[in-house]
Design a protein around this ligand. Structure first.
Ligand code: FRU
Length: 483
């Protein structure tokens, strides 16, 4: 008996020790991204309800608290004061009507705004009400609100604000303020008939956030739309509207508050395999003025991890007028510098062919690096970087092919033309992702990968001729969880 109770006590001590595993250890797992957001455990997909309020960036996300696969959607919640370091908060939105179903009445994607004018009439003290718009799957478009800076959420008693239409498959409301018409605008994915060809984005307007009027529809879109207005860089009076599709592709055009008129073909904003369900933050202060986007890195693999999913690194959007026309440009937010650790730097180095005997960057090792390089192509035929490799294992290659004018990585081959015979590559390497921003964010490729354990080497290689490294910096990256 005594032996039994000692064994029981020992077991309890062990269990307590396991369950109180320090955060530092939890966030050091083999496939745990070190500077990209992941929930502590369980499944996540789309970012939802991105809103800035009172010094805090809120990010909600599609979350299954029951396991590591999609289903039973709730809104997980995290808050950051710098868009880099994230603190976990309790689940914000639960399924409606006490649904225990995998799908029905669960809290699908949506957005959030600050109710500055107290249109919902819920404000109690000085804090403005935060209002979330979400799809209650098969139960209509709905509202939830918080009167305490997003800490607690209530469902609006007048739900649904747009009732279910069984034929239109509507979801993912993104709400924004349209200054010229002084109205709220909702962009909503839906079909206008049972025909799948009518899948697209419907535009609705409202004066009170509760009653919504359908205005127009544009075909050829699928899930998670977003609409943003961007000033053309260095042209204070010129603006372009961008209508994003779920996979980050977009139309550039004009929006009059009711109808979107495309001025471009549908263009890709990311050439990788894992950029999905993009969303931009609402209510970013005017003094800041940036448009900041984040996306879910769909289809990433995280073998044997307690979590399943990761977000991209947040990026800043802008539009630039080039001699060939207007283009969306995307760059990692400048706050990335906060994470810089040890810096390795090179200037004006000429590289000659040969992979392993002549590796300029051989002193660098790591699984979390920020690499910024500018290269003069001189007479080189191709060049690139080998990431996460060792003497015995090849690792993951990023290759620029001069003749073809393409950059290749992880099965993507993407056009990338030199500018004045120069190529710029900015690479964000984390434990399970590689994001490449080429030529100052004109071309972006976001991919997940699952490298083997223990490979930490990086190489710069070239073939066929001379390559000049005009300037190159490699920063070791700090962990947002552990450092
Ligand atoms: C996109 C999406 C959304 C939907 C959500 C459900 O990934 O399918 O359309 O609201 O995920 O989790």
């Amino acid at each position: 008996m005594r032996y039994l109770s000692t064994a029981l006590l020992a077991l309890i001590v062990v269990l307590v020790l396991i369950s109180s595993k320090p955060e530092k250890e939890i966030y050091n797992e083999l496939y745990r991204p070190q500077y990209h957001f992941t929930p502590i455990k369980n499944w996540h997909n789309d970012p939802n309800g991105l809103v800035y309020y009172n010094g805090e960036y809120h990010m909600f996300y599609q979350h299954n608290p029951k396991g590591n696969e999609w289903g039973f959607m709730h809104w997980g919640h995290t808050i950051s004061s710098d868009l880099i370091h994230w603190e976990h908060f309790p689940i914000a939105l639960y399924p409606d009507e006490n649904s225990e179903d995998k799908v029905d009445c669960t809290a699908y994607s949506g957005s959030a705004i600050v109710d500055e004018k107290n249109l919902l009439g819920k404000q109690t003290g000085n804090e403005k009400t935060l209002v979330a718009f979400y799809t209650s799957q098969n139960c209509g478009q709905r509202i939830a609100y918080s009167t305490d800076k997003g800490r607690n959420w209530d469902k609006f008693e007048g739900n649904p604000i747009i009732p279910l239409n069984e034929k239109d498959d509507a979801r993912d409301p993104k709400v924004m303020w349209h200054e010229p018409t002084q109205k709220w605008v909702m962009v909503l994915f839906r079909k206008t008939s049972e025909d799948d060809k009518t899948k697209g984005v419907s535009f609705y307007t409202s004066e009170n956030l509760i009653d919504w009027e359908w205005k127009s529809h544009i075909h050829g879109f699928y899930e998670c739309p977003d609409l943003v207005k961007l000033q053309v860089t260095n042209r204070p009076d010129e603006f372009k509207w961008i209508l994003f599709d779920g996979d980050g592709s977009y139309f550039m055009g004009n929006f009059d508050g009711e109808t979107f008129t495309p001025e471009s073909a549908k263009l890709k904003s990311d050439f990788g395999k894992n950029y999905y369900a993009t969303q931009t933050w609402s209510n970013i202060p005017k003094e800041d003025g940036r448009t900041i986007q984040i996306a879910w890195m769909k289809d990433g693999k995280f073998p044997e991890m307690p979590f399943n999913g990761q977000m991209t690194f947040p990026s800043e959007l802008s539009v630039t007028k080039f001699n060939f026309g207007y283009k969306l440009v995307r760059k990692p937010i400048s706050e990335i510098e906060k994470l810089h650790g040890k810096d390795y730097s090179w200037k004006k180095e000429v590289i000659f062919p040969g992979l392993s005997n002549n590796n300029l960057i051989k002193k660098v090792k790591g699984d979390c690096l920020h690499i910024i390089g500018e290269f003069d192509l001189k007479t080189v035929e191709n060049f690139g970087l080998m990431l996460r490799h060792s003497k015995k294992k090849a690792g993951t290659e990023i290759l620029y092919n001069v003749k073809r004018g393409t950059v290749s990585v992880l099965g993507n081959t993407v056009p990338l033309m030199p500018i004045d015979n120069k190529i710029k590559l900015e690479i964000l390497l984390d434990r399970t992702s590689i994001e490449i921003y080429a030529n100052d964010g004109q071309t972006v490729i976001s991919n997940c990968f699952t490298p083997e354990e223990g490979l930490e080497g990086v190489e710069l290689f070239s073939n066929g001729g001379e390559l000049e490294v005009i300037k190159m910096d490699i920063f070791e990256m700090k962990s947002i969880w552990r450092d």
